[in-house]
Design a protein around this ligand. Structure first.
Ligand SMILES: C[S@@+](CC[C@H](N)C(=O)[O-])C[C@H]1O[C@@H](n2cnc3c(N)ncnc32)[C@H](O)[C@@H]1O
Length: 243
């Protein structure tokens, strides 16, 4: 096990995702039995309706842009999505996946999201799918401040993350899948790599999104905490109150 703080260093996280990026889409779909795709859709559905007919917003820790089809299907009027991700590998995949009809609405920023603030009150919505677990609690507080600063009054947010389903009868099986079966598949079929195994470590360290909910509330946002499929994913949804 690596030193607990080191795995939350931006350079370390970037390395993990750069190495995973080629196989991320297939691995995440297959190993979650399709649940990640369902949770992305549910995240967009649970997010309150953004203000205005042509909203602009951010996809933080955007990865391969997996949430964009859900977002644009539900809100066809979206004018622009600014995707932020630290990993150039994931960034490249995202660009390859851009379809001509949506490319003009998506801008990609490659950087550590916590390295600087987003432009103040620039967003009608902020979405993030599976981007919370690689942050520790202090980084969640920083992220919450950044989200609160970037949302316009009335702006909305939705964030979802794979979580530890504490109290669920089948939790031992789930943890065995995450910490035993997935690393084994990776070692056997992905040339001995241990990067997806790290994702299991991040998920169990993360617990659930309740800490993020508290951090967002502390920034004055209205927040609802929700559990999905017995707590195997949890999310935070809400808005910045209009004055
Ligand atoms: C598990 S992937 C999720 C990708 C995508 N949102 C999805 O739904 O599949 C997490 C992403 O967060 C990005 N990430 C992690 N730490 C980051 C940071 N500090 N700043 C920006 N992106 C970060 C990683 O590069 C990776 O692409």
């Amino acid at each position: 096990m690596r030193h607990s703080d080191e795995i939350y260093e931006p350079g370390f996280v970037k390395g993990v995702f750069d190495r995973c990026s080629d196989r991320y889409i297939a691995f995440s779909y297959a190993c979650s039995l399709g649940f990640t795709e369902r949770w992305r859709r549910q995240c967009v559905e649970a997010m309150p309706v953004p203000p205005g007919a042509a909203p602009r917003g951010y996809d933080l820790m955007a990865g391969t842009g997996e949430v964009w089809p859900h977002l644009l299907r539900r809100y066809p009027g979206i004018q622009a999505i600014t995707a932020v991700d630290i990993s150039s590998g994931m960034h490249r995949r995202a660009l390859e996946r851009l379809h001509a009809h949506r490319a003009h609405r998506i801008e990609f920023v490659e950087r550590d999201v916590l390295s600087e603030d987003l432009p103040p009150e620039s967003a009608d919505f902020i979405v993030s799918t599976f981007g919370l677990k690689t942050f520790n609690p202090a980084q969640h507080v920083r992220l919450a401040r950044l989200v609160a600063g970037a949302l316009r009054p009335g702006g909305v947010f939705g964030m979802i993350e794979a979580s530890d389903p504490k109290g669920w009868l089948l939790r031992p099986l789930y943890l065995m899948h995450l910490k035993g079966v997935l690393p084994l598949i990776e070692r056997l079929f992905l040339r001995g790599a241990q990067d997806f195994a790290m994702i299991g470590t991040y998920s169990t360290n993360f617990g659930d999104a309740s800490g993020m909910a508290e951090a967002l509330r502390a920034e004055g946002l209205e927040v609802e905490f929700r559990r999905f499929f017995f707590g195997c994913a949890t999310g935070v949804f809400g808005r910045k109150p209009a004055p």
